[in-house]
Write a protein that binds this ligand. Structure first.
Ligand SMILES: [Zn+2]
Length: 273
């Protein structure tokens, strides 16, 4: 069983000391998949320092050289991997960035090339801002050959581009819901990789304020019993002492299982050999 950790919202606004404070005793146990915003927009948001709330421009990651240097060092040491998290992470009147931006395809390709060039590492995974994707957004990610790491990925076939795998995957998810006694309205994280023609998808469990160890261990136990994998997703900017304690307790719990391997999130998608 593979277990991975994802952290969202590293951007120009990130203080490298804050990332280190949260992960200094974690990233040597398992690499953290950092979902990085290439050119983060300044606007009123909990994840953005207040002095940038009225900035009305986007800030390329390179304008924070201390962070860039830290990321390069940690990538080289295998402590983090870099995934793409939108382009500006801004909201539009019609929805979140990868639902409603008029130029989704360009944002995807420019952001990926920028991160790869700046941080010197290939980008294989995409994490949508707010875990929200339109059909067009999903088509762009699939065409780019990126794999998708989400949370509670919507499976409504009407919301996705159709390929030869869609129907089979819909049945897999539906069958899992039925076997676990869930109704249509019950949210859950399907614990297996869903493979499509040009990309694959996997859902993460959220670690946010209020999440308990009991919830995470129950999700882990269920995924393990199903022969699946487990991904935990959080945001460094809201990890306080309480959340950190839950994270460490969960990692200790997972590590006690002999069949568990802590992996970089990219490895969740490897084909079984
Ligand atoms: Zn985000």
């Amino acid at each position: 069983m593979k277990v991975a950790l994802r952290d969202d919202d590293t951007s120009f606004f990130t203080d490298p000391a804050r990332l280190a404070a949260v992960y200094h005793d974690v990233w040597d146990r398992l690499p953290v998949a950092l979902a990085v915003v290439p050119r983060a927009a300044g606007f009123a948001d909990k994840a953005i320092p207040e002095k940038y709330w009225k900035a009305e421009r986007a800030f390329p990651l390179a304008e924070n050289p201390a962070l860039v240097e830290q990321l390069r060092t940690h990538v080289a040491a295998g402590r983090v991997t870099i995934t793409q998290h939108g382009f500006t992470h801004e909201d539009f009147p019609g929805g979140y960035e990868f639902q409603a931006a008029p130029d989704i395809e360009l944002r995807l390709s420019e952001g990926r090339a920028y991160l790869e060039q700046l941080l010197g590492t290939p980008i294989r995974l995409f994490v949508p801002p707010h875990n929200a994707l339109s059909k067009r957004g999903l088509a762009a990610i699939s065409a780019a050959g990126l794999n998708l790491l989400g949370s509670f990925l919507s499976f409504r076939p009407s919301m996705r581009p159709w390929d030869a795998h869609t129907l089979g995957n819909w049945w897999r998810v539906r069958d899992y819901r039925r076997r676990t006694g869930r109704g249509k309205a019950d949210r859950f994280v399907y614990p297996h990789v869903l493979r499509y023609q040009h990309h694959a998808e996997f859902g993460c469990h959220s670690l946010i304020p209020g999440t308990t160890f009991a919830e995470l261990s129950a999700g882990f136990d269920e995924a393990r019993a199903a022969g699946g994998h487990f991904c935990l997703a959080t945001h460094y900017w809201e990890v306080d002492a309480t959340l950190k304690a839950v994270l460490l307790k969960f990692l200790d719990y997972a590590a006690r299982h002999a069949d568990v391997e802590f992996v970089a999130a990219e490895r969740l998608f490897e084909e079984p050999s």
